[in-house]
Unconditional design. Structure first.
Length: 303
């Protein structure tokens, strides 16, 4: 397909989206998205008016983003669509407990991409409200703090003689991972990272007992002897490492002291606990994030 046909197709899709929007003006827009939507509209109009050479690529990106937004919107406004998604293998399992929100905005110093889950369809409204409130708090706080750091970085760049056109915008991303989802346990994480300030990257873990409707600590999940179980599993795994990998660890580590009820972990598909140490926490930066699996089920102990 040539460029003219691509452009015509995308223009037709634009008109279709405008028709869809006009038909659904009565759909309530989440409060936290209002500023993002306004920014996106203003920036989109500015780009269209300037008619920059890269406009076609921008339209292609808008096409992909629009498709993902349609899925998100349909999940929230169409019970039939949500039901259909649930019937799809794998995807259906995820959509049992989650819908997803995704948005993007940018300016001359940053590109912000946010994709987070929303806890739903559990039949436990109090739990859903609590979890979603905490997800929103974490995302809002991390994005706000990162925007402040990026602004300070930009101001320092300009004040030391840098030119606006030479500044490379920082890419800020918020994303999620789902590790375990069943009627008994739901385990997932929300992470914030960027391509410039690795030291400020963060990840928040959510391990939920669906029966008690409470968050699980590693002690809750492994028992009173959680420290011994964790340390034994960690030492056993390190023994299998190469000498080169072992040399990345900080010297004189005492894992017994490092493990506490606040230790970050998730519950994997085998229902085992996976302890997560952040970058620089137990090793040099080159080692990145380090994980250790603590077997809980006998069937997974030999993995």
């Amino acid at each position: 397909m040539n460029g003219r046909n691509n452009k015509n197709s995308l223009d037709e899709f634009d008109k279709y989206l405008e028709t869809m929007v006009s038909k659904h003006n009565d759909v309530e827009i989440p409060d936290e998205l209002s500023i993002v939507v306004e920014k996106a509209i203003n920036e989109g109009e500015a780009l269209r008016d300037k008619k920059k050479p890269g406009l076609f690529l921008i339209k292609v990106s808008k096409f992909a983003l629009a498709c993902s937004l349609i899925v998100v919107c349909m999940l929230n406004i169409s019970p039939t669509f949500a039901k259909t998604m649930k019937e799809i293998p794998v995807a259906g399992e995820i959509f049992n407990f989650f819908t997803f929100r995704e948005y993007h905005y940018e300016d001359e110093i940053k590109y912000v991409n946010v994709k987070v889950p929303e806890f739903v369809n559990t039949g436990k409204s109090k739990l859903e409200k609590k979890v979603n409130k905490e997800i929103k708090y974490f995302v809002d706080k991390e994005v706000a703090e990162s925007e402040k750091i990026i602004k300070e970085y930009y101001d320092a760049f300009i004040s030391t003689g840098g030119k606006k056109e030479d500044f490379h915008p920082v890419e800020l991303t918020v994303d999620y991972n789902i590790y375990q989802m069943s009627d008994e346990i739901v385990s997932f994480s929300i992470s914030k990272y960027d391509n410039t300030f690795n030291a400020y990257n963060t990840k928040n873990f959510y391990n939920i007992d669906m029966k008690t409707e409470e968050y699980l600590t590693i002690k809750d999940y492994l028992g009173d002897d959680y420290k011994e179980k964790a340390v034994n599993a960690i030492n056993k795994e390190i023994e299998s490492w190469t000498d080169e990998k072992k040399d990345l660890l900080w010297k004189d580590l005492n894992f017994y002291d490092l493990i506490s009820e606040d230790t970050k972990f998730y519950i994997d598909e085998d229902m085992d606990a996976v302890i997560v140490f952040e970058e620089y926490e137990i090793a040099v930066g080159a080692a990145g994030e380090i994980q250790f699996r603590v077997p809980v089920n006998n069937s997974s102990a030999g993995k």
